[in-house]
Each structure stands twice: as C-alpha cells, then as structure tokens.
Design a protein around this ligand. Sequence first.
Ligand code: SAM
Length: 224
Amino acid sequence: MDSHILSAWNEFVSTVNLVPGVSGIEFGSGTGINTITISQQGFQMTGIDISPTVIQKAEELAQNKGEIVEFIVGDMFATNLRPESFDFAVNIWTLHVVGEQHLRAKHLSECYRVLKPGGYLFLHNESSDKDMLDPNEEVVIEEVKEWNIPELTNKFELPNGERIQVSFPTHMPPDLSGRRSLGEHKDELEKAGFKVLKCYGDEMQCSPSIPGNKVMVAFAYKEK
Ligand SMILES: C[S@@+](CC[C@H](N)C(=O)[O-])C[C@H]1O[C@@H](n2cnc3c(N)ncnc32)[C@H](O)[C@@H]1O
C-alpha cells in the first residue's frame, strides 16, 4: 500500500477506533494490495472488483502472502451482498474513476446499504481545488463518446442492461472528471445518508505530471 494511503488509513483506524477482527470491504479492490494490507492488520477483509482478471491476481497475491481474504467479482454500483454486512467499507482510487454523478451516488448508496448501522466508510481519491459540477446537471452517458479514448476507458454492461463507462479522470474534460472538490465530496456523502467525520486534502499527487490533481481523504459513518 502506498505510504500516503497507509498513513491516512492508519489515521482512520485510530479516529474511528476500529478494532481487529471486525469486517470490511474494499470496493474496486484491483490487484488487492490495499485489501491485503488491511487484512494483515487483523481485519476480516473482502475485496470486490468488476474485473475477473484483477480478482485472480489479487487471489494469487493473498495466497503468496498467506493472507485469508475473500475476493469476489462484482459491481460496486449494485452488488449482491446482503445489507448491513460490514463494519467498514473502503474506496481507494476507485470513486475517482467515476465521473457521472448519478453513478457516484449509486455507489455511495451501495456502500451505505452494505454497512452495518454505526459502520464506517474510508475514501481516498483524487480531488479538485474547485467545484466540478453543476449539481443539478445530469450527465448523459452517450455524450462521453466525444472524448472517449478507447485504451483508457472501460465499458461495461450491467446485468440489468444498463451501460456504464468508467474512465481515467485525468483524461476527461473537467465537467465529466471523477475529481470533486472537498465541498462536493462532502455533499455527495451526505446525500447518500452518511455523516461526515472528516474530509480533507492531502498533498499527495495522483499524477505528478498534471498540476493540481491532489488527493482528498474522507471518513464517514452510517448512523446507528
Ligand atoms: C484505479 S483502480 C484502483 C484499484 C485499487 N483500489 C488500488 O488502489 O490499487 C480502479 C479499480 O476499480 C475497478 N472498477 C471499475 N469499475 C468498477 C465497478 N463498476 N465495480 C467494481 N469495480 C470496478 C477497476 O476494475 C479497477 O480495478
């Protein structure tokens, strides 16, 4: 796990007083390094990702490290997980690949749904120093074809037939980027039902070649 992320994560653990043994889920777990690092701290971890390829790699990494972690292929916008299953949820560098606000809202609602009452959410994603979206504007998925860079964009069809597109934010025009200001991030968390404990900027740069694209960290919880 990157040292900046680890330090924010450790601050989260002490702030919300997570005790070893409780259960957590990382959404968009990729090849598993965050999920496995958190598991090594004594938490009972599940990682979920839409890509079977990265899930296979994550399983291999966990096996090599002797860590017992459950990795599952699934969609962070609509999982089949039971409600109120986890004590905490994690989103590291996955929300910032989602530009469309209605999909971000869908994911945050899914986080809320699978958390137990009193459960916590940790987010570490790219930020913007200015507001990015008119909150009343709905982004139509078809419009993104104009700036679509195929090799940087994943397209998915959900089981219900809905098409979604996930792209790397630094290649998007500002109004479709997955970057958000601290205020916008806090607002989207509150709209999903969360109480925000902390939401702050970090000096870490996601892509050092792109000026100003720093990271933000948020700690939130679902009320009991
Ligand atoms: C930038 S990577 C971050 C991976 C990991 N969290 C990390 O920090 O190393 C974003 C991940 O989100 C996954 N992803 C994208 N859309 C998803 C979806 N709808 N459901 C679950 N995972 C998704 C991608 O497959 C990718 O592994």
